[in-house]
Design a protein around this ligand. Structure first.
Ligand code: 9UX
Length: 71
């Protein structure tokens, strides 16, 4: 069963940053789709939590140089 998870993402300043976040998320096994918004400062991710738990999404975003502030 896939989940649709929205994560806040800070540190994105341009369209290139948005593309980077989308790319690293969609490269993860178990991530079906990612929509990343610069204006909203968030990523909406459709993912299988068994393969790609939220902690893995968060780690990938942070490894790409951005931050996921704890809600
Ligand atoms: Mo351009 Mo966004 O270097 O980092 S991709 S500001």
């Amino acid at each position: 069963m896939d989940l649709d998870t929205t994560l806040p993402v800070t540190g994105m300043t341009c369209g290139g940053c948005v593309a980077s976040v989308k790319r690293v998320l969609e490269a993860l096994p178990g991530v079906r789709h990612a929509d990343v918004s610069l204006d909203a400062a968030r990523a909406q991710v459709v993912h299988d939590p068994a393969q790609a738990p939220v902690a893995v999404l968060r780690a990938a975003i942070e490894a790409a140089g951005f931050e996921v502030p704890t809600p």
